[in-house]
Design a protein around this ligand. Structure first.
Ligand code: RAT
Ligand code: ZN
Length: 420
């Protein structure tokens, strides 16, 4: 096969990155057939896009409406305010604002009109199934991993009735209440018939294991997952440490699935903002090394929310092959940080990491999140390949295709030990 010249490099890399189907390993999307008491669990469409909690936080900086009043409004009215304040009265340069425009453009809207009513009318009446087909195609996504919470009443009924998700959608079993709210989890587990107590005594360990085994059986998750606060540590004599070591990690081994730790979220820094009210903190990652070392038969996906923790996590990735660094999570999902993190990861880990996930909560967000991230990943790759060529090293298109497939799809599937 022909060796690439330096002048061909950029266009080939960008094209390969565009064409590579994605496995989006962490989203808050749902298979379109999943329904709760209020209807489909999936969010899609213009009003959901505009009321994304990232934009709710941003509109509160310009508006003096009381948050409680805002949340009582119908979603169209909330979206109207966000459009007015963030897109009309000020230029929408933040990443979440720009993202709405990238998605609208890809959906065929002429954003020059600034006519929210016209966008609403043009995008109305699309079924969940049709919307999913369109967005996954526009974003070139082959696989979507959901976030599935057995403590969430809205989705329990689907799984308990034996529901099966649409092809291309995959479950991730999310278990935050077990590790960051044990005392509230206990009565709920008890209510569902599990014999647990607040001190994790008696049969509690076996019963939490039974809970996890049953839910893993229902969902067939690709991994188990948790979001941890910045001050989480292990072991620290807490019930959480025991739940982790005695229930979660053994059940991950039994089900042959990795455990994903998303570290650094500080819940409800401003509770009046509800979902938009969470913040972040710098974590101490010694416990990650300890877990990777002491549980070599477990595999860990890890992402961290604080900029200051990124370098430390990458270095840990070099030490443990049972640790897979992934994504630019939430407040890290901004171009300046994505580029910095992707370069740093590549310089320290080669291509043995997963550069991004979308965290999309609203379907059409996958379009902008991946459009923006693909461009950055391609840019970093061009620089790195150009540096190789400067040494006299040669590259073929197939090698670039291999590397890009590793980054955007294969590293994930190899780590979960399954074939897509
Ligand atoms: O990114 C987000 O939308 C956050 O609100 C969280 O959901 C976070 O990604 C998480 O999974 O906890
Ligand atoms: Zn998330």
């Amino acid at each position: 096969m022909a060796q690439l010249t330096l002048s061909e490099l950029s266009s080939v890399v960008h094209e390969v990155v565009e064409r590579q189907p994605i496995t989006d390993m962490h989203t808050h999307l749902y298979s379109p057939n999943m329904r709760g008491p209020q209807g489909p669990l999936l969010l899609w469409g213009i009003d959901a896009l505009l009321t994304y909690h990232y934009l709710v936080a941003e509109v509160m900086r310009w508006s003096d409406v009381a948050p409680d009043m805002f949340f009582d409004w119908p979603v169209e009215r909330q979206a109207d305010l966000i459009w007015q304040k963030l897109f009309i009265e000020h230029s929408p340069v933040s990443e979440a604002e720009r993202g709405v425009l990238t998605s609208l453009k890809a959906l065929g809207m002429d954003v020059r009109s600034r006519d929210l009513g016209a966008f609403r009318a043009a995008l109305a009446g699309v079924s969940a199934e049709a919307a999913v087909r369109r967005s996954l195609q526009l974003a070139n996504i082959a696989h979507v991993v959901m976030t599935n919470d057995p403590f969430d009443e809205a989705e329990r009924a689907f799984w308990l009735s034996g529901g099966k998700v649409q092809t291309g959608f995959h479950a991730a079993l999310r278990i935050d209440p077990l590790l960051r709210g044990w005392s509230e989890a206990v009565p709920r587990l008890q209510g569902w018939g599990y014999k647990v107590d607040s001190a994790l005594g008696g049969d509690s360990v076996a019963e939490v294991q039974r809970f996890l085994r049953e839910w893993a059986g229902r969902m067939a998750p690709l991994y188990m997952a948790v979001s941890l606060p910045p001050d989480f540590s292990y072991p620290d004599g807490s019930v959480a440490s025991r739940v982790l070591a005695e229930c979660i990690l053994p059940m991950c081994r039994e089900a042959h699935i990795p455990f994903a730790m998303m570290i650094g979220s500080e819940r409800q820094v401003n509770p009046t903002l509800r979902l938009a009210g969470d913040g972040l903190g710098r974590a101490s990652l010694g416990f990650v090394a300890r877990l990777a070392r002491e549980f070599p038969a477990n595999r860990f996906f890890v992402t961290v929310l604080s900029h200051e923790n990124q370098h430390e996590l990458i270095v840990l990735g070099r030490k443990f092959r049972n640790l897979m660094v992934f994504g630019c999570w939430w407040f890290m999902n901004n171009p300046v940080i994505i580029e910095d993190m992707t370069r740093m990861r590549m310089e320290l880990l080669g291509t043995s990491f997963i550069p991004q996930h979308s965290d999309a909560r609203v379907l059409e967000q996958v379009i902008y999140k991946w459009t923006h991230s693909r461009a950055i990943i391609a840019k970093v790759l061009v620089d790195k390949y150009a540096d190789l060529m400067a040494t006299g090293w040669t590259l073929e298109r197939a090698e670039i295709e291999r590397d890009v497939a590793d980054l955007l799809q294969d590293n994930f599937w190899r780590f979960v030990g399954k074939r897509p």
